[in-house]
Design a protein around this ligand. Structure first.
Ligand code: CO
Length: 436
């Protein structure tokens, strides 16, 4: 286990309580490494050897480098910045019994609800404030234990352990304060944003779990923290991208928002963000649209999103012959209906990259009688059609606010990503690759 690397990931996740913070923190890291921020609204001047990034909505980010030699294609790794959670609704305060103030929330994505009970929570996200004739975004994080969703006592619901159906509008509303807290919530948010409640014109605020990361198990082989899906992949992507040597393609680190709600937003994987960025890079290098299309044929994408490891208490839920375990290495995901985009050719290439990186890899497929999920690759492929491998790391309790993964796997993925971004890959005949 590389404990420093895990501490880095924990620091990153703990300082990224919302998708906006994820992108803000990535920007800071990129800037510290000499990357130049670009705006979609301005023309780009790109130089050979230049390092750049662009964001959309403050919640999606694409970083890239221009190689010294004329690039052959793009080597892209995609991941997502969002995680399932509860979003605070407009006018959130609700009074109960004249004695409590609770907050009105709705679901963002599909989450395990039970683990949100009885643990300290707080609020983070973005507010839009009026400031001297402008409207400005401000990230906020109330960095203390602020809220709790208390369970109903067993005495009042004897059947609760027989499987409870949770109703978000009734069961999942977090307790904010006693009667004296009436009218305080927006004021508190405004104070955190350095303004007054009247100047807050818009909010994108989410609940998050306050519990810090933990390394545990007999040999410290496991780790748990919120948002491993997908910040474990997003952080590995950034790290491998930054550490890789130069090759003959343009390396692209790409983090999309809104994967958990179907990706069909302006900044999601189904949007034009990646395509617009790649085309603008080509324009900045004086390339024609034909050259852009030819570059795509020489490109490869890793679509990275965590995978389900075999669960010790529910081994029957996994495919009988493909059984990914925690600490078993990078997971390659397959599905015949191409919800995961990996095919034999793309898998072959990625296996070779893992072999060179000395990173073990394993395979995930759904049970043949269970419809599986989908992720970024096949959605993004409708906008930018490149050969894609769906990968991730094995984890348990996916979409819980406290997820579990293996402590060895993170280093395997970082090594594989570094190898991927550093390798010169090109297709020299349909389905045949040269890897240098
Ligand atoms: Co995910």
């Amino acid at each position: 286990m590389n404990e420093n690397l895990i501490k880095e990931l924990f620091d990153f996740i703990e300082s990224s309580p919302s998708c906006f913070h994820v992108i803000h923190n990535m920007k800071e890291i990129l800037i510290s490494q000499g990357y130049v921020p670009l705006l979609e609204s301005e023309p780009w001047t790109l130089k050979k050897g230049g390092r750049y990034f662009v964001t959309r909505n403050g919640s999606s980010l694409i970083a890239f480098r221009i190689p010294e030699k004329d690039p052959r294609g793009f080597q892209i790794m995609a991941s997502h910045s969002d995680s399932p959670c509860f979003k605070i609704k407009e006018n959130p305060e609700l009074e109960a019994e004249g004695h409590y103030i609770k907050l009105n929330v709705e679901k963002y994505g599909g989450m395990l609800m039970a683990p949100w009970f009885d643990r300290p929570l707080s609020v983070a996200g973005r507010v839009l404030i009026r400031d001297n004739g402008r409207i400005l975004p401000r990230l906020i994080n109330i960095d203390r234990d602020l809220l709790m969703i208390p369970n109903l006592a067993i005495h009042m619901c004897r059947e609760i352990n027989d499987g409870m159906k949770y109703n978000v509008q009734k069961d999942m509303l977090p307790l904010y304060g006693d009667a004296a807290a009436k009218g305080c919530f927006l004021k508190q948010i405004a104070e955190e944003a350095g303004t007054t409640a009247e100047n807050i014109l818009g909010c994108d605020l989410f609940l998050y779990n306050r519990m810090p990361g933990s390394i545990w198990g007999a040999e410290r082989e496991f780790m748990s923290i919120g948002k491993l899906d997908d910040l474990e992949c997003a952080y590995s992507s950034l790290k491998g991208f930054l550490e890789a040597g130069e090759n003959t393609s343009i390396p692209v680190h790409c983090v999309f928002d809104n994967e958990e709600v179907g990706s069909t937003t302006r900044q999601g994987a189904a949007s034009t963000f990646l395509r617009d960025t790649l085309i603008t890079i080509c324009e900045g290098l004086g390339k024609t649209h034909g050259e852009y299309r030819r570059m795509l044929t020489a490109s490869l994408m890793l679509s990275s999103d965590n995978a389900h490891g075999v669960h010790p208490n529910y081994p029957e839920k996994a495919c009988p012959s493909n059984r990914p375990y925690l600490n078993g290495g990078v997971v390659i995901k397959f599905s015949a209906n191409q919800k995961y985009t990996t095919d034999g050719a793309a898998a072959a290439l990625f296996r070779e990259i893992c072999r060179r990186a000395e990173a073990p890899c394993q395979v995930y497929t759904n049970r043949s009688d269970v419809p599986g999920g989908s992720t970024l690759g096949n959605i993004s492929g409708t906008q930018v059609a490149v050969n894609t491998v769906d990968i991730g790391l094995a984890q348990l309790a996916m979409h819980s606010p406290y997820e579990t993964a293996g402590t060895k796997d993170l280093a395997y993925l970082v090594r594989a990503v570094r190898e991927f971004f550093g390798a010169s890959i090109h297709m020299d005949a349909e389905g045949a690759y040269l890897l240098a």
